[in-house]
Design a protein around this ligand. Structure first.
Ligand SMILES: [Zn+2]
Ligand SMILES: [Zn+2]
Length: 250
């Protein structure tokens, strides 16, 4: 499985990366996890928009799903339209929320381009991948994912505070893409986001092969995020996510 970090900026796009978006490829199948603000542009460095086979949205905050509006334009009005309806696994509110964001008078209109499939906790098959979705701790319905193929696995936290479910999803995974949105300070809110140290603690408990810190918020000093993660008791390879980075899992 090939994992490409398309967007790793947290909460809003930064100067060097769009918001959350990851491209997973195996057996010629392309699965996109999240399509946050600005990510549709960078995604085209790695694949044609018309070669994507499925999308999974972790939750419906703008930095994880807003470019679905732009993608709707590309798939509805592109030169070879109509394109096949694209499966989109997402929280059940996705059609109405994205339709409202787009400004559609008639919300099912977006369903000409996308086949919205409501997420719930559990495993399902997407092309050659087995995807496991688990509810994580965030103020809205939010999922973390584990995606497996051919004996390899990547786990993605989505947005979450401390979460036993995330440890479960990531158990033994080759790669954990874990959010590290917060720098440590007194009075951080619970059930919202993780610090680098907490991300590393989750990675250590799950025994993952590699930890990549992502959802990096532009107003933070990322060196501090990485330093805090280094003190989290995780002994494996640890680094900051970077737009364009590729991980080949074998
Ligand atoms: Zn976010
Ligand atoms: Zn969020």
């Amino acid at each position: 499985m090939k994992v490409t970090i398309v967007g790793c900026s947290g909460s809003y796009p930064g100067p060097d990366s769009p918001a959350s978006c990851y491209l997973l490829e195996a057996d010629g199948f392309r699965l996109v996890l999240d399509l946050g603000s600005g990510s549709l542009g960078a995604l085209q460095r790695h694949t044609s928009l018309y070669d994507v086979d499925a999308v999974c949205l972790s939750h419906l905050h703008a930095d994880h799903c807003l470019d679905m509006c732009a993608y709707h334009v590309a798939r509805t009005y592109g030169p070879q339209a109509p394109y096949p309806t694209l499966p989109v696994y997402a929280p059940a509110d996705a059609p109405s929320r994205l339709g409202a964001a787009y400004g559609m008078p008639d919300e099912p209109e977006m369903e000409h381009a996308f086949d919205f499939l409501p997420l719930s906790p559990g495993s399902f098959e997407v092309g050659p991948f087995t995807v496991t979705a688990g509810l994580v701790n965030h103020p809205v319905e939010a999922y973390g994912f584990r995606v497996s193929h051919g004996g390899t696995s990547v786990a993605y936290s989505g947005d979450t505070g401390e979460s036993a479910e995330l440890v479960k999803l990531a158990a033994g995974a080759d790669l954990l893409l874990c959010e590290a949105s917060f720098v440590e300070r007194p009075g951080l809110p619970a059930d919202l986001h993780l610090t680098g140290r907490q991300a590393a603690q989750h990675a250590a408990k799950a025994g993952v092969g590699r930890l990549v810190l992502t959802h990096l918020v532009p107003w933070n000093d990322q060196k501090t995020v990485l330093e805090e993660a280094s003190g989290g008791g995780y002994g494996g390879p640890l680094e900051l996510a970077r737009s364009g980075a590729v991980y080949e899992l074998t």
